[in-house]
Design a protein around this ligand. Structure first.
Ligand SMILES: Nc1ncnc2c1ncn2[C@@H]1O[C@H](COP(=O)(O)OP(=O)(O)O)[C@@H](O)[C@H]1O
Ligand SMILES: [Mg+2]
Length: 437
């Protein structure tokens, strides 16, 4: 034991064997703590039960349970119990590991001090801290590392070796609970990851099937449609008809044109990679597109701003296809906005990717809608305006670029669509994509 500790009146738990048998009250509290560990649903409430047992059995009236932060320098307090005494310390203040607590952490054993007010540790106490007559710290040890602490204080009388020994046991219970909760959290995360991978796979399979189907529909519809369009044009040029019929014929021609666009989109949906991959300057691509879209923004008097990251790296992409995706996203954003709404286009880099965010302050989407937006033909727009292919086509394009589209949205607040494009694509796919298509 360090010399100054002896002088300060602190005690490190001695490892001498217990002679006295546990009392019924002590056994009851130990049983309660073990039940808390076995029936744990979350660590915090389990730790509270163990702490309460520890206080009852030792006679402590205040204290806390804390875990060591990732840097190993501070306590992260799970809860504090002032035992009815005043405490005005800001709970957000960092709780650096020092003083008597540091000894509990470094030794991995319980320590206590029955004359705390006169001890050298008082100098570390922040202003307004609950008054401490006596204190006892019991470590939470996992695999020989102290990862947290049960701090108890203000016993009416002195803490004893027996209290320290009992608190050590409660600390062990808390450590088992913590280890279990970390294990459960790990299991939960890997389960969720697995689930999300399965979902992605299902989605990709669905998209692939839709791609094949849409390509064959497009193929089958293309020729008859061209025929019908020619016939209607022929009738328009040669037949004699009144004004009302002329309007009907024009309407039929417009509908044929719409069908042609739809068939074009169906083709896009299955197009593996029509263009050539080349170095693409994201900013000039966006600038060019914004010029084209000006009239679109003006229809609703929207304010469109860009936040471009200076020196953004180029990406290896098919510029036309990325333009198509951005156009789809901008079209959707315009559609979602009310008059005088705002669209922000932001670029940047993250994790080896270049991102482009398109944020609107439009009507937003609920979680159920977000789940479905990449499904082909899913649309909430009026029948004539939307066919529900924009996002599924975009999804396919970005996937072929080995990128991702991520969506965040809140009803009545707006949406952000983030396109992530890898700064470098893997060689294999480059070969496949540029292989003469
Ligand atoms: N920025 C957005 N804000 C709100 N809803 C959106 C936004 N973008 C897409 N959506 C929703 O996703 C649906 C599908 O979009 P999309 O595939 O482009 O098809 P379409 O635009 O033809 O409806 C839209 O109908 C709309 O419900
Ligand atoms: Mg759309």
């Amino acid at each position: 034991m360090p010399h100054d500790l002896l002088n300060s009146g602190s005690f490190l738990l001695k490892t001498t064997p217990q002679t006295k048998h546990p009392s019924k009250e002590e056994l009851d509290e130990l049983l309660l703590a073990s039940k808390a560990v076995l029936s744990m649903t979350d660590f915090q409430s389990c730790a509270r039960k163990i702490f309460d047992s520890c206080c009852r059995v030792t006679g402590a009236t205040s204290g806390y349970v804390a875990l060591l932060d990732d840097a190993g320098e501070e306590n992260e307090v799970l809860f504090l119990e002032s035992g009815g005494r005043s405490c005005t310390v800001d709970p957000e203040l960092p709780m650096v590991i020092r003083g008597l607590r540091a000894l509990a952490y470094s030794s991995g054993a319980s320590v206590y001090d029955n004359n705390f007010n006169n001890s050298e540790w008082m100098q570390h106490m922040p202003q307004g801290h609950v008054q401490l007559d006596n204190v006892l710290f019991a470590p939470l040890n996992i695999d020989q590392q102290t990862v947290g602490i049960i701090g108890i204080a203000n016993k009416d009388g002195n803490f004893s070796e027996r209290d320290a020994k009992l608190s050590t046991t409660f600390g062990e219970f808390a450590a088992i609970a913590l280890k279990n909760s970390q294990y459960l959290e790990g299991m939960k995360q890997s389960f969720e990851k697995q689930l999300s991978l399965e979902k992605q796979l299902q989605h990709a399979t669905k998209m692939q099937a839709m791609g094949v189907l849409s390509a064959s529909i497009a193929h089958e519809f293309n020729n008859p449609l061209a025929g019908i369009t020619n016939i209607i044009h022929g009738i328009k040029n040669r037949a004699v008809y009144d004004e009302e019929d002329a309007e009907l014929i024009d309407m039929a021609i417009r509908e044929c044109a719409r069908l042609k666009d739809l068939i074009g989109s169906l083709h896009d949906f299955n197009r593996p990679s029509s263009g050539t991959f080349a170095q693409m300057d994201v900013h000039s691509t966006i600038r060019g597109l914004l010029v084209l879209c000006n009239h679109l923004f003006n229809t609703k008097k929207l304010s469109v701003t860009t936040h471009f990251q200076p020196g953004l790296p180029h990406v290896h992409a098919v510029a036309d296809q990325i333009k198509q995706v951005l156009l789809n996203l901008l079209n959707n954003a315009v559609d979602a906005c009310s008059f005088y709404g705002t669209i922000i286009i932001k670029t940047g880099t993250t994790d080896g990717h270049v991102f482009i965010d398109i944020t609107d302050d439009g009507k937003g989407m609920d979680a159920e809608t977000v789940q479905r937006i990449f499904d082909p033909f899913f649309t909430t727009r009026a029948e004539v305006k939307g066919i529900g292919l924009g996002l599924s086509v975009s999804y396919g394009i970005i996937r072929r670029h080995q990128g991702k589209i991520v969506v965040e949205s809140e009803p009545q607040k707006g949406s952000t669509f983030r396109i992530l494009l890898p700064r470098r694509r893997t060689n294999e796919t480059q070969k496949e994509d540029t292989g003469g298509r």
